[in-house]
Structures are given as C-alpha cells and as structure tokens.
Ligand binder design. Structure first.
Ligand SMILES: Cc1cc2nc3c(=O)[nH]c(=O)nc-3n(C[C@H](O)[C@H](O)[C@H](O)COP(=O)(O)OP(=O)(O)OC[C@H]3O[C@@H](n4cnc5c(N)ncnc54)[C@H](O)[C@@H]3O)c2cc1C
Ligand SMILES: NC(=O)C1=CN([C@@H]2O[C@H](COP(=O)(O)OP(=O)(O)OC[C@H]3O[C@@H](n4cnc5c(N)ncnc54)[C@H](OP(=O)(O)O)[C@@H]3O)[C@@H](O)[C@H]2O)C=CC1
Length: 469
C-alpha cells in the first residue's frame, strides 16, 4: 500500500481507462461537467489527443495500457511503469473475440482496425473460408464477402440466433442467394474509427487491441476474395467445430482419402455433422470475452458468469470508487422488464454517458437516477441490406410460454413481428422500411392494453401511426 502511495506521480479526480466509445463518452461527460453543468449534448468526433487536451484543460491523455490496478491504494500502474492515483475510476476496457482456439494462425477474429485489415489481406488471396458463429459479425460477413466461397457453420436451426427468430431468418435467407444490389446506400452515420496506435501503446497480450469497430465498419472496405465469383455461401446448420487441423497433420494421418475428397488446402475444419471442409482460413465470430484480466489480480471484483465486471444501477463495481461501462461490464441491477444487456455500440455509449454522470454526481454528493435509456432495449442496425429494428423483448426473452406473437411478412420487402404479453406489447422485430418503430416504441413504453385490436394491429391497410396518434 505504502509502496504504491509513494510511486504515485499524480492523483486525478477522475480516471477513465480505455479509448473506445464507452471510455470516450464517459470522459467527455467529466470534461463537460467541469465546463458547464447544463451542457447535455455533444458530438463524438475523431480528434488528435492534443486537440482534446487543448479543448478541455482539465483532461490529460496517457498513451499507455493499464497493467495493474490497486483498488486499496486507489491507483493504476501503466505498462510504461508510471503510477497514477484516482479519486474515482471508470473501467472501459471493452472486450476481445472469444476465439474457437487460441494461437492458431489459421483462425482469425475481427475486433479492431488491425484485425479487420488482417482479415481483408488474407481474404484477398482466399478461395474458400469457413465462418463459425451465428451472431452479428457472421451475419455481416456472409453478406459482404464476395469473390470467395463461404462455408458458414451455425449451431442453430436458423441463421442469426442472437438477433432474431427462425421466421425472420427465413425472410432473410433469399438475400444470401440473390446478388447484392449494386449501388449500396451511402453510409449516413459517421463511422467511429481510431487513429493508428503508437507502437507499444497498448502493451502486449489481451490488451494490445484497439477499440471495437462498431457500426458500418465494412463500408468502403473491399471484402473480396481471389475468385471471380460473386457471393457463394453454404450454410451448415446445427453443427459445431469438432477439430481444426492443418495440411501437415493430414499428410501424416492415415486419412489420405480425406485429402482427395476435400482438395489441397492449408487448413481443414471438421464439423460435428461429420463433414470436413478445407479452406484458406477460419473466421471465429463466436462472441466476446470482457477485458478484465489486468484488474482482477489483488482486487476483489465480483465477476458475472459471462466474465464481465458486475455493476449496479450506478455503474459501480464491487470495489469502492470503481465504475465500469461498455463491453467490459455486466449490468446486474434489477432491470426493467423491457431491457436486456447486449454488447453493442449503443449500449456502450449509453453506459459510458451514464457512468460519467454518476461519477460526477457522486463527487458532488448529488443524487442520480437510472437513465431512461435503460427502460427499453432498442437497437437499429442493418443486416443483408435491410434495416433491422429490435425493441424490448424482441425474441420473447425470459417470457416463457406466456406470450403471443403477431407476424406480418411480405417477401423481399418487410418482416414485422410483435411480442405481446397479457395483451400488452413487450417487444418487436422490424425488418425493412416498416416505418413502425416510433409507434411501436410508444406502445411498448405506455403498455396500453391492445387486446381489443387483436390481429388488426398488423393490418397493412390500417395506418397504425395515425390510429394511435
Ligand atoms: C466487427 C464489429 C462490428 C460491430 N458492429 C456493431 C454494430 O453494427 N452495432 C453495434 O451496436 N455494435 C457493433 N459492434 C459492437 C460494438 O463495437 C462494441 O459493443 C462497442 O464498441 C464496445 O465499446 P467499448 O468502449 O466498451 O469497448 P472497446 O471499443 O473494445 O474499447 C475498449 C478500449 O479499451 C482499451 N483497453 C483495453 N485494455 C486496456 C488496458 N488494460 N488499459 C488501457 N486501455 C485498455 C482498448 O485498447 C480500447 O481502446 C461491433 C463490434 C465489432 C467487433
Ligand atoms: N450489427 C450489429 O449489431 C453487430 C453487432 N456486433 C457485436 O459485436 C460483438 C462480436 O460479434 P460476434 O462475435 O458475432 O458475437 P455475437 O455474440 O453476436 O455472436 C456469437 C455467436 O457465436 C455463437 N457461438 C459461441 N460459441 C460458439 C462455438 N464454440 N461454436 C459455434 N458457435 C459459437 C453464439 O451462439 P450462442 O448465442 O448460442 O452462444 C452466437 O451465435 C457482439 O457483441 C455483437 O453483438 C457485431 C457485428 C454486428
């Protein structure tokens, strides 16, 4: 304790750890709070750290990873050996890909600019890749990759299990078989990217990654393989990876026939459905693990089952004066029946913003209430070139059999699913230009009894927006 006390170079009121969206939002709240207590809005834009420091005289940016945290002496030690004290600390260290196997050069994960560039480089020489996983990254890649055969291995009966049900999957599947529309709509949202990190800025090991890519990351990046084909995806349902082995192993094994069957490839993937595919490399799009390692040793953080730092309704971890936000944390407060955590850009931003507000309020001994954004889960994204809006318990999460579904689907145009519980709307999946999101968001929030409307709720001839206005 005394040794760390003596090593402290400086003690800051607030220390935010991590330069992703959660960290940036959280620290800007600190800066904004010091400039004006009433300022509530700001834009996140990429700027050199010197410009930020000039704009916010109370801000110091340190380009070094945190290698250890000493909660008892309220200080962090950076990879370059410096020690900084804090009054309040917010951990925003994000997450990293949960790879199928570690240290296999043929198994890639995608997280930050570097890993995306590596993927792009390897893809440009590839004729066939295997993508494993059934969530966000896999959904984006199978649609975007061209000029390369894709084998997509999913554990489930339908595609996209983290975002929608089998009905929505069935609606989307034909888009995988059709050609991509030529003139893609231009990206309207600003993309969130990072500057190249200074060499060694993030140390080694799990912390040497940059910030997560986030929405629209593949806009403007050519995801093209070495073949002259357009998109060619084969989905292998209800299977997992049994084994990944290289051609050297194959040469030594008695399974010579396998080589004749599968062709000559640098790496082979054996699936639990007994099929083996040779490929140039494997993309492990199998979720994330929160980056907590450097902070756990010597401290007594309560860690959730998914590996995240548990936080309460003030974004506080179990350690005094330590907050956490974004992918690194797990929301463990009593949640609104219409919200759930998913490791998403929007939630990282909301958590960062709210954590910043809580830190400022606690320092000023002011009360702070759980932010309204945690009342209702909402996510807007794009899959297979369709706008996708997810609201509330969009997949009936945690509702058991006690819920009812209403579905409206027009092939190639829209898929609308409403989840009702006790006659009230608790969730919705809207795919395509449905224009229903605002009305449904209101209906979910006001919990109006919709029993009298029955299936008319999704009658396309009724202007529902007008009706409930
Ligand atoms: C390919 C891809 C596409 C995505 N697309 C979408 C999408 O379309 N929509 C959506 O909502 N979400 C999307 N996401 C998820 C979203 O990007 C993340 O949920 C979000 O960016 C997490 O933000 P964060 O700030 O918590 O973590 P991160 O962005 O991971 O930032 C963590 C930061 O902490 C730093 N760090 C780590 N360890 C240390 C340490 N010891 N010391 C100091 N710094 C450290 C890292 O270098 C990094 O800067 C996508 C993710 C990926 C990978
Ligand atoms: N447009 C968007 O909103 C996007 C969001 N993201 C976010 O980025 C992060 C990383 O994306 P991603 O890696 O796709 O993670 P996701 O959590 O979205 O999906 C991971 C998928 O991999 C499956 N899986 C896990 N382990 C295995 C295994 N051993 N074998 C086979 N399948 C497995 C999971 O199944 P199960 O669920 O059954 O465990 C799940 O289907 C996520 O937080 C995601 O939400 C990424 C891209 C786009």
């Amino acid at each position: 304790f005394r040794r760390m006390e003596n090593k402290k170079e400086k003690t800051f009121q607030f220390v935010v750890m991590g330069g992703g969206i959660a960290g940036v939002t959280s620290l800007l709240v600190q800066c904004v709070c010091h400039v004006s207590r009433t300022l509530e809005e700001f834009d996140v834009e990429e700027q050199p750290s010197s410009v930020l420091e000039e704009k916010f005289p109370n801000l110091t940016i340190i380009h070094s990873a945190v290698k250890s945290l000493h909660t008892k002496s309220h200080c962090v030690e950076t990879a370059d050996g410096r020690v900084f004290g804090y009054k309040k600390l917010c951990i925003c260290s994000g997450a990293r890909p949960k790879l199928l196997t570690q240290d296999n050069p043929y198994v890639l994960g995608i997280r930050d600019t570097d890993s995306a560039q590596e993927f792009q480089k390897r893809l440009s020489k590839a004729k066939r890749i295997v993508i494993v996983g059934n969530g966000g990254i896999a959904l984006e890649l199978v649609y975007e990759v061209e000029g390369c055969e894709v084998i997509w291995a999913v554990k489930d009966k339908a595609i996209g299990n983290t975002f929608f049900d089998a009905g929505a999957a069935q609606f989307l599947i034909p888009s995988l078989e059709a050609d991509k529309p030529q003139a893609a709509a231009p990206c309207k949202r600003p993309r969130y990217t990072t500057e190249e990190a200074a060499p060694g800025a993030y140390g080694h090991g799990p912390t040497d990654s940059g910030s997560a890519l986030g929405p629209d990351w593949h806009e403007g990046i050519a995801l093209r393989g070495a073949e002259q084909v357009s998109r060619r995806v084969s989905v292998e349902y209800q299977c997992e990876v049994e084994k990944i082995f290289t051609s050297e192993v194959l040469h030594k094994s008695p399974q010579q026939t396998l080589r004749t069957e599968c062709g000559d490839w640098p790496v082979y993937v054996r699936l639990t459905n007994a099929k083996t595919f040779g490929c140039d490399f494997v993309v492990s799009a199998t979720g994330v693990v929160p980056n907590t390692e450097p902070f756990l040793q010597g401290n007594t953080f309560v860690v959730a089952d998914d590996g995240g730092l548990q936080v309460d309704d003030h974004m506080m971890t179990s350690e005094p004066d330590v907050y956490a936000a974004g992918d690194v944390c797990t929301a463990c407060w009593e949640q609104s029946p219409l919200w759930q955590q998913m490791r998403l850009w929007t939630q990282a931003r909301q958590m960062g913003w709210y954590a910043g507000r809580c830190m400022a309020a606690h320092s000023l001994s002011e009360p702070v209430e759980l932010d309204f954004c945690f009342e209702l889960f909402s996510h807007i994204t794009k899959f297979f070139n369709y706008k996708v809006v997810l609201l509330g318990k969009f997949n009936g999460q945690g509702l058991g059999p006690d819920h009812e579904l209403l579905v409206r689907c027009t092939k190639g145009q829209e898929y609308v699913k409403v989840v009702l519980s006790g006659g009230r709307m608790v969730g919705a999946v809207l795919i395509g230009e449905t224009d229903l999101e605002e009305t449904f968001e209101n209906l979910i929030l006001n919990q109006m009894d919709l029993t009298p409307y029955g299936e008319e709720l999704l009658n396309p001839d009724i202007d529902i927006e007008d009706y409930f206005d």
